[in-house]
Design a protein around this ligand. Sequence first.
Ligand code: FES
Ligand code: FES
Length: 171
Amino acid sequence: MRETLSLTVNGDLIETSAPTHYTLLETLRYILGLTGSKQGCDKGDCGACTVLLDGEAILSCILPVQEAAGRSVVTVEGLAGGPRPSPLQDALDLTGGAQCGFCTPGILCSATQLLAGNGSPTRDEIEHALSGNLCRCTGYTKIFEAVELAAAACRSGRTAGEVLAARAEGG
Ligand code: FES
Ligand code: FES
């Protein structure tokens, strides 16, 4: 059985028909072709499927798609909001916070929610915000540094690269 529903995805109002047993993640990946959100454990343990639902980071692998009807979903594909990467994406790239990258889309969504409500997060607050996002590759330190760098860039109105360059010059 399928059901027609409408939701906003990355700023576009979409009407789609999904099997009634589908999760939001399955709908994003297998119907809408948005494969940035990853299907890791598929049972709510790893955070790879994290997207923003009305601005809140949620696990899309355990959310029935009907619960997203009429709401706004932002996936990693929509985080930048334009052709340039977001400050957080830039920072993660510059710090080497992404290796295999499987965890990266979910981490970007969780960290985006954090920075939207807190422009100067402490290391503890960053660790707490990302505690549901498992990464097997990086040891987390570079990821935490990336979130701090993105926050500094947003506070100063500079790019992450400019903040790093200024630090290298002692500024
Ligand atoms: S794929 Fe959703 S939490 Fe692991
Ligand atoms: S970069 Fe590989 S799991 Fe995080």
